[in-house]
Design a protein around this ligand. Structure first.
Ligand code: WQD
Length: 326
């Protein structure tokens, strides 16, 4: 079966491409290459440079490659940027999805996997976040992901497309150094950036109601996340009738910012203080940890890599891209 992977040249997309190809699926990538890099992809994967806002291009790619399923990852994903540019986020993340769904329904595509986020939950006040925990996004990024889920489910129901919305928790690590995240907008690369420039990592607040006072998150290895896409794609492809599935993709295990700082210090081998406390970052929930039960039950998927493997593989990727020896 041929799959279109939108955003397939991005950090997560390239891992999805690798996982699906390793499992024998055929893929074509659509990516506008603003954040993606085609050198993350094997030479024999067709890459179409373009936007999901380009309806005509989408129609052509779906027809020419006889696409039967879509994994939609192309989106903007930075929370702070979404607060500054909400219209751009709605345009690319929601309108882009609407254009894609229009093309998908016209082309007779049967299955769609949508990249959603734990950001749909906002500030959940529960120990483990289940898929039934109320969705109350706290920023335009999270809003666009929730609106995207609504759109995906509505279009799927009406037009007979089997759909899966995957709510990613905090993604880290790399399957290979070349596939690593090159951005510096999440905790692991932000800590690497500090230690490799002679600065101490910052802990944004140590007075949260958590065991060590720092925020707790559920970190998931990008290779595990990619396998979850493969599992969802197969689940959809094998369904006798359309239906939808919305699941958390996390480990069920919380790691504090302080624990992460200690691990980064150990893995990178940089001396000096492990971390210094800075003021809280506005909008940060104290604890966001997934219940990973539903995805295990529905897709038979569970995470296989631990947080040490995430930091170790991310560090190799950081050194590869920055040419640093640590
Ligand atoms: C994790 C924790 C920080 C850097 C965001 C989005 C989410 C998803 C992933 C997706 C927080 C703390 C960080 C630092 C720190 N986005 N921190 N010092 O905010 O949980 O999630 O990115 O597509 O939707 O909301 O991730 O990695 O920014 O932060 O103390 O230098 O680390 O305060 O508690 P976050 P993060």
């Amino acid at each position: 079966m041929m799959w279109l992977i939108t955003g397939g040249a991005g950090y997560i997309g390239a891992h999805v491409v690798a996982a699906m190809r390793a499992a024998g699926e055929r893929v074509v990538v659509l990516d506008d290459l603003t954040a993606g890099r085609s050198d993350r992809l094997p030479a024999d994967v067709p890459v179409v440079r373009g936007s999901v806002l380009d309806r005509e291009l989408l129609g052509r790619v779906l027809a020419e490659h006889e696409v039967a399923g879509v994994v939609h990852l192309a989106a903007r994903k930075q929370v702070a940027e979404s607060v500054e540019q909400p219209i751009r986020y709605y345009e690319e993340n929601v309108h882009g999805l609407a254009v894609l769904l229009d093309a998908v329904t016209a082309a007779g595509v049967r299955a769609l996997v949508f990249s959603s986020s734990a950001a749909v939950y906002g500030m959940p006040d529960v120990d483990l976040v289940t898929e039934d925990t109320p969705c109350q996004p706290m920023n335009p990024y999270g809003e666009t992901k929730l609106a995207g889920e609504w759109l995906v489910r509505a279009a799927g129901r009406t037009h007979g497309i089997a759909t899966a919305c995957l709510r990613y928790f905090n993604v880290a690590g790399a399957a290979r150094p070349e596939l690593a995240d090159t951005g510096v907008s999440n905790i692991v690369p932000m800590f690497f950036d500090r230690v490799t420039t002679g600065r101490t990592p910052l802990v944004f607040g140590d007075d949260y109601p958590t065991p060590d006072g720092t925020c707790v998150r559920d970190y998931i290895h990008v290779s595990d996340l990619a396998d979850a896409h493969l599992a969802a794609a197969r689940w959809l492809a094998d369904r006798p009738a359309p239906g939808d599935l919305t699941v958390n993709v996390g480990t069920g295990h919380g790691v504090s910012v302080r624990e992460m700082a200690e691990l980064v210090a150990e893995v990178t081998g940089h001396g000096g203080p492990v971390a210094e406390v800075a003021p809280r970052r506005p909008g940060d929930p104290a604890r966001v940890v997934a219940s990973a039960e539903l995805i295990a039950k529905e897709l038979g998927w569970s995470a296989r890599h631990d947080v040490r493997e995430m930091v170790t593989s991310a560090w190799r990727g950081w050194q590869h891209h920055r040419g640093q020896t640590g």
